[in-house]
Structure formats: structure tokens, C-alpha cells
Design a protein around this ligand. Structure first.
Ligand SMILES: Cc1ncc(COP(=O)(O)O)c(C=O)c1O
Length: 396
């Protein structure tokens, strides 16, 4: 069933607005589609795109193919570890690891936690901690998978390890590190995983992105394969070779040396992920803001709604009003801090107090705006759970 206005409107009668929700029926469909796309590959869940403990547990329990989390800060990793999660790959280097003794306590207590590194400084910092605590610290190398075209750096700016030469320097240095064990390699092909190629009204741009994606894929596979071989030559045994994200599952799992693919945004399917040719997911998560005034027939002003996503400033970072069908943001005001005017000429008889339903542009950021999320299923609210924010946590 496609979600429609009266379905959600009935569910949320009597609730306070604004509110965030997760449609479990649609989440289940997304889980099924993501599993299907991943074939038999292990899937690591990107917690940054979920930011709710209950949802992380729900997905992990839904199928044994889901194994482990990709976390985003030291404190978040400790929080999740203490909630009972294990197999935690911290996707980004920690700038001052000495400030997070709790993280190393978790490792000491037997938790499987990998710390990201991409330079000698990172190694030195972690080796020092390992030495002081007489602890073996599992590390993961971040391999950059961007591809340069004459006119564009197609990818992101993260790791300086762009080929086997800097990787070799790391591996040479590691020979002196008695307290570090290189157990994982991560390469995030952001330009495939996180860049849509099917935006409405952007035929030329879509074609250019598709062409660059196609040209990148073999280069990415080659770079990752060579890195894995070099690491093995140095005698390290990789437990994890991680790649990808929601938008790249198909190409990432084709690489025989990849042991797992990361997926995050595809569970909620925030609206940025509507714009991919290869897959269609369901709008599982959203928020509702209520109409508090009607300045003119056809314009309904909601209380709240201005939950803009991070990243380069562009129109797609605004939340997308999506129900009732036909609602649009006002071009001049957009989604506002306290007031969001919505244009609507459809058949629903909207009145003050009625909700307008929106989807966030980015998945996990929705949870930074709400303390709780209502789980809905079969036409009713079945549970209301805290987000990270609702647990008093603000990691980034
Ligand atoms: C290192 C890394 N891996 C994977 C992902 C993919 O996550 P998602 O599926 O939410 O796009 C991201 C997202 O930014 C990332 O930073």
C-alpha cells in the first residue's frame, strides 16, 4: 500500500505535533529490498543514518545478514557498546583518542571495536595508548576511493591514502607498533553510494553523473583490491574489508575481496535516496507538523518544520512535504525555524490542527530534531521510543 494522507492522519489523531515517526511496515519492505540487493553479503549498519537504539536493534534482529555497526564517534561507540552492541567499526578517526579512556575500557572488556586511521599521527597516538594500557588496539585503514576527472574531484575529501604508496608508508610504520593490530580496511565510494543519478528535470547532470559513476567503478575495485593484497603481503589478516553505502550496494558486493557492505540511509529512506536509477525504496521515516494558521486559501502555515540537512547548500537539503499529495514548500520562505507555509490546492479539506507530513533529506539527522519516534504498523502506533537525542545524547 502507498502511504496516503488519511492513513497517517488517522493514526496521529490526538498526538502533539511536531512528531517523528517510523512506519515499520515500510521499514520492513526496505529491509527486504536491501537484503535482496545485497545478495548474501554481510551488511554493516551505519548508525549515523539511524540514531535510535531501538531501530538499530530491530534491524539487527530482523536478519542474520545484518552484522555489526558502523559508528561515528568515540562516545557514541561507548554508548552503544554499553547498550550491548558489539562489532563496532568507528568510521572516522578520533582526533584526541587519549580523551576517551572509556572506549579503551570497552576494548579491554573484550568488545570488538575497530578504530579508524589514515596517517602516521593516528598510529602514534593509538600506539601510545596501547603501550600505556598494555592493550592491543584493533585498527582499520581508511582507503580513499575518490576518482579525479580533469574538471572534478569525484568523491569526498577524507583519507590521504589514495593509492598503495601512502598505504605502504603506514604498513612500514606499523612494523614498530607492538600494540596495534591492523584488522580492517574500509573504503567508502561516496560518489557511487551517496550521489543520486536520477533527479527530476536534470537530465544532463544525471547523464554526466552516471557516466562518471560507470568510469569510477572499475578504478575503485582495482584500488581496493591492490590495497587488500598489499596489506596481506605485510602479513596482516583482515577480518573486515568494508565498502559502500545505500547507493552502491550492487557495485560494492561485486568486488570479491569486499567482505561486507555498509547500509544506513536506505532504512528510513530519506528523500535524497529517491533519486537513484538502480533502486526504489519506501519512505519509512518522516515527521508531521501541524497547521496553525491559514493566511490565505491554499496556503497552510505549519508550526516548525525547518529541519535542513547538512552538506552543500542546495534546495534538496530542505525537508520535502509529501502528504497530502500535492503539498509544496513556499519558494521564498522554504521550511522555517518556527513557521513553514505550505501550498496546497488538492481535495483534502485541511484545517487548523491538521498535520502536514514531511520527509527529511538525510536519514539520521531527523532524529537530532526529535526526542522520540513513534513506530507505526497496521494503522496504529505500536511503540514510542527515544532517539539518541531523547536519551540525552548529542554525539555530532
Ligand atoms: C564511511 C561511510 N560509509 C558508509 C556510508 C554510507 O551510509 P548511508 O548508507 O547512510 O549512505 C557513509 C555515509 O556517509 C560513510 O561516511
Amino acid at each position: 500500500m502507498n502511504p496516503n494522507y488519511s492513513y497517517y492522519n488517522n493514526i496521529f489523531k490526538g498526538q502533539k505535533f511536531p512528531l517523528a515517526y517510523l512506519d515499520i511496515d515500510l521499514l520492513d519492505q526496505n529491509i527486504e529490498m536491501l537484503l535482496k540487493r545485497s545478495k548474501s553479503s554481510k551488511i554493516r549498519i551505519a548508525s549515523k543514518s539511524v540514531r535510535c537504539v531501538e531501530v538499530l536493534s530491530y534491524i539487527l534482529k530482523s536478519d542474520p545478514q545484518f552484522q555489526g555497526l558502523m559508528t561515528f564517534t568515540a562516545d557514541e561507540t561507548v554508548f552503544l557498546s554499553q547498550k550491548g552492541f558489539d562489532d563496532l567499526l568507528i568510521a572516522y578517526p578520533i582526533a584526541n583518542p587519549e580523551n576517551y579512556p572509556e572506549l579503551f575500557n570497552e576494548i579491554e572488556n573484550g568488545k570488538s571495536i575497530y578504530l579508524m586511521i589514515d596517517c602516521i599521527d593516528h598510529l602514534q597516538q593509538l600506539e601510545k595508548i596501547g603501550q600505556e594500557r598494555n592493550l592491543n588496539v584493533p585498527i582499520c585503514v581508511d582507503l580513499d576511493l575518490s576518482v579525479d576527472f580533469p574538471f572534478l574531484h569525484f568523491g569526498v575529501w577524507r583519507s590521504p591514502i589514495t593509492n598503495n604508496a601512502p598505504l605502504k608508508e603506514i604498513l612500514e610504520y606499523l612494523k614498530n607498533c607492538k600494540h596495534l593490530s591492523l584488522e580492517a580496511l574500509m573504503g567508502y565510494e561516496a560518489q557511487i553510494a551517496g550521489v543520486g543519478d536520477n533527479f527530476q528535470g536534470a537530465t544532463l547532470k544525471n547523464k554526466a553523473v552516471e557516466m562518471m559513476k560507470n568510469k569510477s567503478i572499475s578504478k575503485i575495485a582495482d584500488r581496493r583490491s591492490k590495497a587488500v593484497d598489499l596489506i596481506k603481503e605485510y602479513g596482516h589478516v583482515l577480518k573486515v574489508v568494508n565498502g559502500g553505502g545505500t547507493g552502491s550496494i550492487e557495485s560494492t558486493i561485486k568486488e570479491s575481496k569486499v567482505s561486507e557492505v555498509t547500509v544506513g540511509s536506505g532504512f528510513y529512506n530519506s528523500h535524497l535516496f529517491d533519486n537513484y536509477k538502480k533502486f526504489k525504496l519506501r519512505p519509512a521515516a518522516g515527521f508531521a507538523a501541524s497547521i496553525c494558521r491559514i493566511p490565505k486559501p491554499g496556503i497552510y502555515t505549519c508550526h516548525g518544520g525547518g529541519y535542513i540537512a547538512s552538506g552543500a547548500i542546495e534546495a534538496v537539503k530542505a525537508p520535502m512535504p509529501f502528504l497530502p499529495k500535492g503539498v509544496t514548500l513556499d519558494k521564498l520562505e522554504g521550511a522555517g525555524e518556527v513557521q513553514t507555509p505550505i501550498h496546497y490546492q488538492g481535495t483534502e479539506k485541511l484545517k487548523i490542527g491538521d498535520p502536514i507530513f514531511f520527509r527529511h533529506s538525510k536519514a539520521g539527522e531527523l532524529c537530532e530534531r526529535f526526542n522520540e519516534m513513534h513506530f507505526i504498523k497496521d494503522g496504529k502506533i505500536i511503540n514510542t521510543v527515544p532517539t539518541y537525542r531523547g536519551e540525552g545524547k548529542c554525539f555530532l
